[in-house]
Structures are given as C-alpha cells and as structure tokens.
Design a protein around this ligand. Structure first.
Ligand SMILES: Cc1cc2nc3c(=O)[nH]c(=O)nc-3n(C[C@H](O)[C@H](O)[C@H](O)COP(=O)(O)OP(=O)(O)OC[C@H]3O[C@@H](n4cnc5c(N)ncnc54)[C@H](O)[C@@H]3O)c2cc1C
Length: 483
C-alpha cells in the first residue's frame, strides 16, 4: 500500500518530470477520431513516467499513448471522459529525444519522441539511413512501427522488423528491456504492439550505411479490362524487387454520379545505384499520388529520400477513407480484379457527395514473424511464398464533409467480409478494418500469446480502448470502463 506521504512524494516527482495539462481533446490527423481526456501528459524522463504510471495504476486510470495520430482507425482513441468515472489520459513521448549511434553494430538507439522525418535527417549526419519506410515520413517512429507501417519490396519487411531492442514500461511503472539476443520471443510480441503492451520509451534500430537509389517512373495505359491491366502488374512484379503502382486512378463524374477510369497511371521502381551526382528525388515526390506525376522520369536519392515523402511533399490533405489489405502474392491479379469490381458495385451507395478521386495503390512486401504483423508468416500454409500483395484504395474528397467521410468509411468496412476468407486477407491496423475478433484469431495464430503478455503488462486493462477490445477480443477486459 502507498503511504499518503509516499504518494505526495511520487506526485511531486511526476510534476517535476512532465509537461501536463488539464482536460485535453485528442484528434487524429483528419479530425474524425477524437476523444475527451482528463489530461495530456508528456513525460520528460523515464523515471518521471514510471512514477506517474505507479500513481495511475493505483487508480486504474485509462491511458492512451499516442504518436502523431496519422491513421484512419481508432487505435489512438482514448477512453472518453463521458464513458468512465476513472480518469483518462493521453500520453505523448515527444520529449524523449535521446540518440546514440553504434556504427560498428549498425544500430541506432533513440528515444520514443523522434518523428520519422527528424530521425532520418539526424542520421544523414552520420552517413546512415533506414532501409525501408512507409510512403510518408510524418509519423512518430515508434507509432509507425507499433501499427505495422510498411513500404514496398519483395525483400523489404515492415519498418518494425528493423527494431532489435527496446525499453518498455508496464502499467505498474516497471521497466522491461528486450532485445533480439536475450529475449527474441518478446521482441516478436513487442515490435508491433498496437499500443496495448505498455509505453515504449526507447528503441534500437538496424540502420545501413547510406545507400543511393535510382527511382524510375513509367506511365502505363489503363483499361476497363481489369484482368488485362492487373495481369500486366503481376508480370512487372516478377521483374522488379522494389516497386509501387500508383493506379489505376478514377475521377468522380458529377453528371453520371460514377467514377471514370483515367486513361493512364504510373508505377515506380527503385534500384541501387553508384550515381553520386545530383540527388533530385526530393524535388518531385509524387509518392502519395498528388502533383503532376503522370510522366516518365528518373531521379536519384538516398534511400529515405527516394522511397518516401517528407511532410512538404504532401500536396493534399482533404478528407479521405482508405483500406489497405494484405494477401499472399499469388492472389494479386484475381484479388485486384475483384476488389475493383466490388468497389464499382458500391458506387451507387456513395450518395453523400463531395467525391473527387479514387486511387488504387498496389504494392508487395515480405512477411515477418511479429505476432501481430498483418504480414505474419504464421498464418501461411507450408510452402507458400512469404511475399504478400498489398491493395490500398483511397477515396479522396474534394471538400472536408464529415457525412461523406463516414459514408465512405462504412463502405470501406465492407471489403474485409467480402474478400477476407477468399484471399486469406489481413488489414492494416490503422486503416478502416471492421471489428473482427474471431477472424483476427484465425489470421493471427500468435494472438493468444500476445494477449497473455498483454495481461502481464496491463493487468487492469488501462491501455485498452474500444478498438483493442473489439479487434483482439480481450474478454478479460470486457468491463474495462469500470473494472
Ligand atoms: C496519408 C497517410 C499515408 C500513410 N501511408 C502509409 C504507408 O505508406 N504505409 C503504411 O504502412 N502505413 C501508412 N499510413 C499509416 C500510418 O503509417 C500508421 O497509421 C502509423 O501508425 C502512424 O504513425 P503515428 O506516429 O501517427 O502513430 P499513431 O497512429 O499515433 O499510433 C499508432 C499506434 O502506436 C501506439 N504508440 C505510439 N507511440 C507509442 C509508444 N511510445 N509506446 C507504445 N505505443 C505507442 C499507439 O498507441 C497506437 O496504437 C499512412 C497514414 C496516412 C494518414
């Protein structure tokens, strides 16, 4: 039991080690995921965070650790104060900016406060870079890893797979240190943790000496003969290791109330190069489908610059709904054809207006052994290739209207029930997946192990929110609002 005096001392330590505030409303990047919390807590030190967690544990408070909220799902939604009598907190690790480079080991150890964009720039000074990233760099590194963020490439895994060690605080404020050598099995649970296992304060990540890439972009003709179009893509995937298709693109036709396919779309592939002259990939991003990208060009750049957008490279931030589904690569043509036809059958339901453009993005990515990775190889039959096909569909609006956004998000939910079983689909954790605990149990064979660790790290379900409860089926937390 904590003495009153002890508690006061603990509170003092907490106050001296944090930037905190009163009632705080949380929003994700496009303002549709929101919640009212009792406070925003940004610890300054691990010791202060630990003391704060100890206090919260005695009270059973709700805690939601957030990165930059750059997702489409309720992963970062706190328990709204209207739903529970317990206090509810948003925790940001933004002040954790330690950095130490071990060139001999080829690793960098850094605090959980680093955003991807900033850590990349810092690493350039050491002539180091990450091997793989998502299409953008606006995320917090730990936030991106924790949800399974990935880029593209048959030999490339998601960015969490680059993490070789970490420090994590559990709900009781105890520090755990995991790494690939001493605790490899725990690393499989913690790399993609969905914010359910505690607060990560620091990660150690594999890096590489700067590698220069040549990015080649080519234009293709689109056709409503989807089988022909997607067969061509599947063939090209056999030729290039690291490739993304930005397309097909469809434009909203206000007169006919449908999407018309654009006549052309484009794809990019990346190859290592010795070319060290002008590094120009950062002057023409196009990797999020904006700007005038429908032209054939080559550019050169350091890996991060060549494969992902810095914040200034994103030209449009209109509301959008998005799905991203993963399945064994052998289904690529068939799945892409059927997703496209199913989407077309949904158009009559898109009545709310404000539609602008719909973009398909097709990638491929290699599987991994993180328990909660959508690309987990535990879920593959023996002998199956561990390369996954990835279909993303973006429904982008011309005006930020919530009714239209919610209608499109509802539609986005319908793809998993339609295709999940057929193509052994998993979905990006932060991109519009319907609540499917039974389905997830089948697709994530390590889910029971993950939940056992979750119970040890968070006995009172303080890190649980509706999303985690509904997706993972955490039955012991059924009463997490009151327990
Ligand atoms: C426009 C756009 C483009 C995108 N492109 C891609 C892409 O190319 N590829 C891709 O895979 N994804 C992509 N995403 C998805 C995005 O990368 C993920 O949603 C990512 O999680 C966002 O990072 P974040 O820092 O905002 O994390 P958040 O959404 O804030 O958090 C993600 C998870 O991490 C947990 N978390 C954060 N910090 C900690 C911590 N210190 N300790 C414990 N848990 C923590 C949170 O609780 C949450 O569960 C895109 C999203 C958008 C909006």
């Amino acid at each position: 039991m904590v003495s009153v005096k002890g508690l006061q001392l603990t509170l003092l330590v907490v106050l001296l080690n944090a930037t905190a505030g009163n009632a705080y409303r949380w929003f994700n990047w496009q303002y549709e995921v929101t919640c009212e919390s009792d406070g925003y807590y940004a610890p300054l030190t691990e010791k202060g965070l630990s003391a704060w967690l100890k206090v919260q544990y005695t009270q059973g408070s709700h805690i939601k650790v957030v990165g930059n909220g750059h997702g489409f799902n309720n992963l970062t939604q706190c328990v709204d104060t209207s739903l529970s009598n317990k206090t509810s907190h948003i925790v940001s690790m933004t002040n954790f900016k330690s950095l130490s480079v071990n060139k001999t080991a080829g690793t960098v150890t850094f605090g959980a406060g680093w955003d991807v964009f900033d850590i990349i720039n810092e690493l350039k000074a050491y002539d180091l870079s990450f091997d793989n990233l998502g299409a953008e760099r606006v995320q917090n590194f730990v936030g991106a890893a924790s949800s399974g963020t990935h880029g593209t490439g048959a030999e490339i895994q998601n960015i969490a797979s680059q993490i070789t060690g970490m420090r994590v605080l559990d709900a009781m404020g105890q520090t755990h240190i995991f790494n690939d050598t001493a605790t490899p099995e725990m690393m499989k649970a913690f790399r993609i943790n969905l914010g359910a296992l505690g607060v990560i304060t620091e990660v150690t990540v594999k890096v590489q000496p700067t590698i220069l890439l040549k990015k080649t972009t080519k234009v293709l003709n689109a056709t409503s003969n989807y089988t022909e179009m997607y067969s061509q893509m599947s063939e090209l995937y056999k030729q290039h290791d690291r490739m993304t298709f930005w397309g097909p693109h469809f434009d909203w036709n206000e007169e006919t109330k449908t999407f018309d396919i654009e006549p052309q779309y484009y794809y990019s592939y990346w190859e290592p190069t010795n070319y060290t002259d002008v590094q120009n990939c950062t002057v023409n991003y196009c990797s999020d489908g904006c700007g005038y990208c429908l032209s054939e060009y080559t550019c050169y750049g350091e890996t991060s610059d060549a494969v992902s957008d810095p914040p200034q490279g994103t030209c449009s931030r209109n509301f959008y709904a998005e799905i991203e589904h993963f399945f064994p690569i052998k289904y690529l043509t068939d799945a892409a054809v059927n997703y496209t036809m199913f989407q077309r059958s949904q158009i009559p339901q898109m009545t709310a207006g404000y539609n602008d453009v719909m973009i398909f993005q097709i990638r491929h990515i290699r599987g991994d052994d993180s328990y909660m990775s959508p690309l987990n190889t535990y879920n593959l039959p023996d002998g199956e290739s561990d390369v996954f096909g990835v279909i993303e569909i973006d429904w982008i609006q011309k005006y930020n209207n919530f009714t239209a956004l919610w209608q499109n998000q509802d539609m986005a939910f319908s793809f998993l029930p339609q295709f999940g079983e057929t193509y052994n689909v998993t979905a990006h954790w932060n991109k519009m997946l319907p609540p499917t605990p039974q389905y997830n149990l089948e697709r994530y064979p390590m889910l029971p192990k993950f939940l056992a660790i979750q119970e040890q790290m968070d006995p009172k379900c303080q890190f649980v929110n509706t999303f985690l409860y509904e997706q993972l089926g955490i039955e012991r937390c059924a009463n997490y609002l009151t327990m």
